[in-house]
Structures are given as structure tokens and as C-alpha cells.
Design a protein around this ligand. Structure first.
Ligand code: GRF
Length: 221
């Protein structure tokens, strides 16, 4: 276990991304270990997933606090008590104040279901379909005070297909979220991300990538 970075995951719901992180953390060579899952909502599926994986949980209901910052101070106290070094937001539905974001500067990451900087905020898949983009996707990024901004660590693109609905597209994107989040956390935990002027530079061997085209394979008429 020693040498693994201690990670806290903040959730508000079903926790499928949490599950992907738990699956990765169960692997012997994975460089991060989830030591605490915190939910601001009681009885969510994500808490059950953590229990099944034997990871300690805490429920800290935001409604019990008079303002955002006092809620965040309670979350922070728990993370500090657990010796957490990196915080992952995984479907955590609270906007964080500058206080919290700055406390975890460079150690706080989030997953967003779009190819940022496109489609910040909610209803990303509906908006992608309305715009007629040929690719949608997801982004893991460091968190900065401005919402859904911040240095990009990993992205995955998926094609938008004829007949797509927001739900179909969301499912296609979610499958990739479960791939890129464990990858991004591993890169951060291994200290392979260096942020310079808002850009993440990766160190070590970075494989070459090839172009994606959608639609592809049309015979020209
Ligand atoms: C994901 O689509 C994630 O990108 C977004 O919220 C959703 C959470 O899903 N931030 P889950 O709780 O991880 O299943």
C-alpha cells in the first residue's frame, strides 16, 4: 500500500465514476488508494458502492450548514483527518467556493461530460445534439474557481451518431468517462502532470494518437 497517493472522492449520486475509480484502486499497481468517499446526499448508490469496496464513507449534508463555506469546512476537516492528498469530484453536485478550490489547488480534479471548453454546465448532451457536433466526449480537468474550466488532463471523444438521443449519447460518453477518470487520476498520482500557464504537460512516455473522423468511410458519389 505504501507509496500510493491517498484520495478522497466527493459524490452526490449513483457513483458510476466512483465505481471506475474503486475498480482501479483495487489493482495492486494502481498509484492511488481511495481512503474516503464523502456524499452531501444520504442513501445514494455511490455510498453503497464504497461500502462494498470496503472504503470508509461519510455523509455531510450541505443542508445542515448555513452557507457553502461552512459546509466545505466540514468536508475539508474530514479530508484532512483522513490524510487525503488528492480529491476527485465524481458527480458532486455542489458548486465549490474559492475557499475550497484554493485549499486544494493542483490537487482537486473533476470529470465533466463534454469536450471542454465546449458545453460547460448542465445538459451537455442535449446541447451537443442541438449544435450538431460530430463528436461529443468527456474531460477530466483540474478544478479552478471558474466552473468547468481549469487545466485539462485527459479527454475522450465519441462520435455523435444518426438517431442519437441525449440518453444514448450520455451512455456512450459515460463508458469513456469510466476509462479516462482512472487514467487521469493515475497520471496525477504519479506526479506526471505539470501545470504551466493553465496547460497540463505530461511527463514520461506519452503514446502517439491518430485522427478521428466522423462520419467515416463514405464512398464519394
Ligand atoms: C457524470 O456524467 C459526470 O461526468 C458528471 O456527473 C455524472 C456523474 O455520474 N460530472 P456518476 O454519479 O459518476 O454515475
Amino acid at each position: 500500500m505504501s507509496g500510493k497517493k491517498r484520495v478522497g472522492v466527493l459524490i452526490s449520486g449513483r457513483g458510476s465514476n466512483l465505481q471506475a475509480l474503486l475498480d482501479a484502486h483495487g489493482q495492486p499497481d494502481y498509484p492511488a488508494q481511495i481512503v474516503r468517499v464523502i456524499s452531501n446526499i444520504p442513501d445514494v448508490l455511490g455510498l453503497e458502492r464504497a461500502h462494498k469496496a470496503g472504503v470508509p464513507t461519510a455523509v455531510i449534508p450541505h443542508k445542515n450548514y448555513p452557507d457553502r463555506e461552512s459546509f466545505e469546512r466540514a468536508v475539508n476537516a474530514q479530508l484532512e483527518a483522513d490524510g487525503v492528498e488528492i480529491v476527485c469530484l465524481a458527480g458532486f453536485m455542489r458548486v465549490l467556493t474559492e475557499y475550497f478550490v484554493k485549499s486544494w489547488n493542483g490537487r482537486l480534479i473533476n470529470i465533466h461530460p463534454s469536450l471542454l471548453p465546449l458545453f460547460k454546465g448542465l445538459h451537455t448532451h442535449e446541447r451537443a445534439l442541438e449544435e450538431g457536433v460530430r463528436f461529443a466526449g468527456c474531460t477530466v480537468h483540474f478544478v479552478v474557481p471558474e466552473m468547468d474550466s481549469g487545466p485539462i488532463i485527459v479527454q475522450a471523444a465519441v462520435p455523435v451518431l444518426p438517431g442519437d438521443t441525449p440518453d444514448l449519447l450520455a451512455a456512450r460518453v459515460l463508458e469513456q468517462e469510466h476509462v479516462v477518470y482512472p487514467l487521469a487520476l493515475a497520471l496525477v498520482a504519479q506526479g506526471r502532470t505539470r501545470i504551466e500557464k493553465g496547460i497540463v504537460h505530461l511527463t514520461g512516455t506519452v503514446p502517439a494518437a491518430s485522427a478521428l473522423v466522423n462520419p467515416k468511410g463514405f464512398a464519394l458519389e
